[in-house]
Design a protein around this ligand. Structure first.
Ligand SMILES: C[S@@+](CC[C@H](N)C(=O)[O-])C[C@H]1O[C@@H](n2cnc3c(N)ncnc32)[C@H](O)[C@@H]1O
Length: 247
């Protein structure tokens, strides 16, 4: 089984070739894993920019290559990149779910595009129906809730319809909208499960000075969570993938 980044990169490579894309921006690129893969495999006349508002890109600029540039808020190019319609393709992979103000932020994304450009979006497909499907996400949601409460990061998942709705007001044509089930490789699921268990244990310890009621509530939550993680692991989940073309 292959890592999600590889699967997404393969689909993007097809899009790059099919539509003769010459410039690509990964909006919310974090450590730039997808761009690195694209850079290795795409035709040698394609330029790549990794853009991230929050991720500390100091480390990333070390990864800059002739056609691959990472930009953050502190970069000189930040305002230029944000306001010029530069890109043939903008990737939003697990980024829309972190927008505080999705409508405004999508308008910012559109500033990156010119007429005929594409936007490719990947998100967790939040169309969970059965209790076991919901339970398999419990760990992720608990972690996200904790991040949100501690003011780190907002996460809001979307159904396919909600994502389509978010972009419906804009000057965009929907090229495709698919839902795919992604089976994570075992080493990846083990790593995620292990790291989540560690996070819960750390939180658990950090609640030591909370009052007894809160401590006992949190302790029950963590126990349930760890059991669920062990039972369901972090193995398969569905993704919504959308491609839009700007009119
Ligand atoms: C869950 S990570 C996804 C990283 C990467 N795209 C991937 O799929 O591996 C979300 C990233 O989006 C960035 N992000 C969140 N809101 C953003 C915004 N308004 N503008 C730019 N980047 C943003 C975060 O800093 C973070 O690096």
């Amino acid at each position: 089984m292959r890592h999600e980044h590889e699967l997404v990169a393969d689909q993007l490579l097809n899009i790059i070739r099919e539509h003769s894309i010459k410039s690509v921006c990964d909006y919310g690129c974090a450590d730039g894993a997808v761009l690195e893969l694209l850079y290795q495999k795409a035709p040698s006349d394609v330029f790549f920019t990794g853009f991230d508002f929050f991720h500390d890109q100091n480390q990333m600029t070390k990864k800059n290559k002739d056609r691959l540039t990472f930009v953050d808020r502190k970069s000189e190019d930040f305002n230029m990149i944000r306001n010029e319609q530069n890109y043939d393709l903008v990737i939003l992979m697990h980024t829309v779910s972190h927008f505080n103000t999705p409508v405004t932020e999508m308008k910012n994304v559109l500033k990156f595009l010119k007429s005929g450009s594409y936007i490719y979006i990947v998100e967790i497909a939040y169309d969970k129906k059965t209790p076991s499907e919901i339970a398999s996400y419990f760990g992720v949601f608990l972690e996200e809730l904790h991040q949100e409460l501690s003011d780190d990061y907002l996460t809001r998942h979307y159904t396919k319809e909600q994502l389509v709705d978010l972009l419906a007001l804009e000057d965009l044509d929907l090229v495709f909208c698919d839902t795919e089930t992604y089976e994570a490789p075992k080493d990846e699921t083990d790593k995620v499960t292990e790291s989540l268990i560690k996070v819960y244990q750390d939180w658990h310890d950090s609640y030591n000075d909370a009052n007894e009621v809160k401590k006992s509530f949190m302790s029950q939550m963590f126990k349930i969570e760890i059991e669920l993680l062990k039972k369901y692991s972090y193995s398969a989940s569905s993704r919504t993938k959308l491609l839009y073309k700007k009119k």
